[in-house]
Design a protein around this ligand. Structure first.
Ligand code: ZN
Length: 346
């Protein structure tokens, strides 16, 4: 049976689409004999080597646990824990970029001369209201200026708040054609919809569809959408210029990371191919800032703590350099290949 998004292939995923990053880690049975144990070890070693010289990349290195089957705590337990902890305050991290996230999932706001582009919409209306709308207000920005909400992919922890922003601020909701199609399939399948974690808001009404290389221009700002198939087949990465005291940097918001689509060797290969391709693309574009929609992958909490302590003229911790951006992609790709090699032979 083909399952929408390939998300539910073990009973522990009755949480549905919510069981993303953390549950994914425990999804490959540790007992199964890997089809290629040597390859698996080599790929893990390659990922570890990169992380050893880039402490920010310890988070992404956890993706290799999908290959080793290391136990992970459950998503709901963590969600409750994170929700009970002090929420992350919103923060301006570049002249034109704002963090609006929580411990689980992140939204980013790009300020332009003609309104705001929000990247990702968090889990549901209440989070969109609290973190995105409320966060913008706390930072002195007007949420009524949200013109676009780019949803990186059709998983509830990123589209769940989009319906709220669409209805309240008449923001255009942007997603790839492929993931809109996936969301429409879900929308029209009552049984599948029932299995989606009730934590997530409803799928937003189908709106603006983009494809690889499409741009969104708003005022003085142009963002580019890149199709990065892997986490879902239509995941988007958004690139844009982030200004630090007027100095331009090249940022990417990488839209999908975990291998929670199931034990699918072909899909893991597509994922790894994407990371290879974008190592080149982002090298040419000299991308030097990498953002995620989960703080567990971009070390945003540590970077914001450093940013608070920043001395005049000191570096912005979000500017990591192209080498680290490439390292991020290398770890994602190597851990994907390790996971592929960890799957039992057919
Ligand atoms: Zn996802």
């Amino acid at each position: 049976m083909r399952i929408p998004f390939g998300h539910r292939f073990t009973p522990r995923l009755s949480l549905g689409l919510a069981a993303t990053v953390l549950a994914a880690i425990a999804m490959v049975p540790a007992q199964a004999t890997p089809s290629n144990p040597e390859g698996m070890k080599a790929h893990i070693a390659a990922a570890e080597k990169v992380a050893a010289s880039h402490p920010d990349l310890k988070g992404p290195l956890n993706l290799c646990k999908t290959a080793t089957g290391a136990p992970a705590s459950s998503f709901m337990a963590n969600y409750k824990k994170w929700s009970a902890e002090t929420p992350l305050p919103p923060m301006q991290v570049f002249d034109n970029l704002y963090f609006l996230g929580a411990k689980w999932t992140t939204a980013w706001a790009i300020k332009t001369s003609d309104g705001i582009i929000v990247v990702d919409a968090m889990d549901n209306a209440s989070e969109a209201e609290h973190y995105i709308e409320g966060g913008l207000r706390k930072l002195g920005l007007d949420p009524a200026q949200i013109k676009y909400v780019v949803v990186s992919h059709a998983h509830g922890d990123h589209y769940g708040g989009a319906d709220y922003l669409q209805k309240k601020f008449h923001a255009r909701v942007v997603m790839s054609t492929i993931d809109w199609d996936a969301l429409d399939k879900l929308r029209n399948d009552p049984d599948a919809l029932k299995k989606v974690n009730p934590l997530f808001g409803p799928p937003p009404a189908r709106d603006m569809a983009v494809n690889d290389g499409d741009t969104i221009k708003l005022g003085d700002t142009t963002v580019t959408e890149h199709l990065i198939p892997g986490h879902t087949l239509g995941t988007l990465a958004t690139t844009f210029t982030a200004f630090d005291h007027g100095k331009p940097h090249h940022a990417v918001a990488w839209g999908g990371t975990a291998y929670n689509f199931g034990p699918l060797p072909d899909r893991l290969q597509i994922y790894a191919d994407t990371t290879k391709k974008f190592t080149d693309v982002f090298g040419k574009d000299n991308i030097d800032v990498v953002l995620s929609n989960h703080v567990s992958f971009d070390a945003a909490v540590a970077k914001m703590a450093k940013l608070k302590e920043r001395k005049a003229g000191g570096p912005n911790p979000f500017v990591v350099g192209n080498d680290e951006v490439k390292g991020f992609l290398t770890i994602l790709g190597e851990c994907a290949l390790a996971t592929k090699d960890s799957l039992p032979a057919k």
